[in-house]
Each structure stands twice: as C-alpha cells, then as structure tokens.
Design a protein around this ligand. Sequence first.
Ligand SMILES: [Fe+2]
Ligand SMILES: [Fe+2]
Length: 239
Amino acid sequence: MKDFRSETVGMLVAEQPLRASVFDRFGIDYCCGGKQSLVVACEQGGIAPDTVIAGLIASDAEVELDQAGENWLNASLTELVDHIQQTHHAYLKGELPRLELLAKKVARVHGVREPRLLKVESVFSALSTEILEHTAKEELIVFPFMRSLEHVAGKAKVPLAAVESAIDCLESEHNEAGSALMQLRELTDEYTPPENACASWQALLAGLAHLDKDLRVHVHKENSILFPLAIRTKALTFA
Ligand SMILES: [Fe+2]
Ligand SMILES: [Fe+2]
C-alpha cells in the first residue's frame, strides 16, 4: 500500500488533485504548507493521521471509478504556465475587481452593525493589490523565462541560484497571500453569512470562498509542481 504518512501533502495533491478536498475537510494546508509530510501536518492540526489516510484512500477509490482529476505531474513547463495563466490568472483578473467593489459596498452599508466587514474590506483590498502585482510579475518575467528553459538557448542565460532565489521570492509572496486568506476566513466565520445577510453580503462571502479555494489550488500547482520542475530543468544544464 502507498506510504501516505511520509509523503508531503503537496505531492499527495500533485499526484491526485481530488485529494485536496480531503485536506480541505480536515483543515490541512496543502499549498503554502505543502512541503510538510502528512504526519507532521496532522500533528500540527491535532488530527489522527489514520483518519485522514482513510479519507485519502476513499477519495482515490472514487477517482478510480471516475477519472475526473487532472494530473499535472507529467505536463511540460510550457503546458503548466499556459494552463495557470489561462485559468487561474484569468479568473483573478476578472474576479478581484468585482469582489473589491462588492467588499467596499458591503462594508459601507453594514460596517457599522458588523465592524469586521471593515477589516474584511481592508484585508481583501491589500490582498487584491498584492496578487495582481504578483501575477503580473509571473506573466511578464518568470513564466516567459520558464518557457525558455525548455529550449537549449534559454538554459544558459541565468544561473541556477538566480532561478532559486526568484522562486523563493514568489513562494514567500504565496505565504503572505495564504496569511491574508486565513485572516479573511476568521473574520467571516469561514465565509458563513449571518441569517440576516443581504444578497450582496452573501455574494461577497460566496465569492471570497471560491477565491480562497481557487487560490489554494493555484499556489499548490506553482509551489509543488511548477517550481520544482523549473529547478530540475534548469539543474540539468550548467548553472
Ligand atoms: Fe500564479
Ligand atoms: Fe504565484
């Protein structure tokens, strides 16, 4: 049987993306915390590893019946960056401005009665600015460079240490986004609308919940699949 315990949670999701829903259920962070082994992640969350492993086995069994999960482990660098840009980045460019307007409106109308909405608006606004700067950097500098690594001419231009340092910087920005999401989850009781929430309030929380989920999948693909592949590809040539 597969050794789930010592495998990192990032790799477990990279091998089978639908396992992410099991980790979501137990509150295990597989994107920014993706380098931790399953046992360590369970210890930190006070969860029995066997319970999570049972969930993973059940999820894998379902996947065998329904091969719906996308597996990006065998994709090329170009396929990965094209996919991330066309799906996750395109989604963010459309959704962040919409949610920002909604957050402002809901904070203005209901912020006096529920002051946490004012904090939601400020945390989200900062997160939105940071994410758009981060994705622009990826699209303008990092992704073109990663595509170039697949061609011999592009491999020698930048030393391996420079690639690793650029990736460290992106990963630390991912961690900052992860912390902002954690704050938003706490401020909104896991995106649960109160009984008397108006339609805009409900739409904001539904939008934030979807953003949270998409961003975690997005960061997971970069941290656990794309970045290691870029370093492996670069390391195949002289640094
Ligand atoms: Fe990205
Ligand atoms: Fe990123």
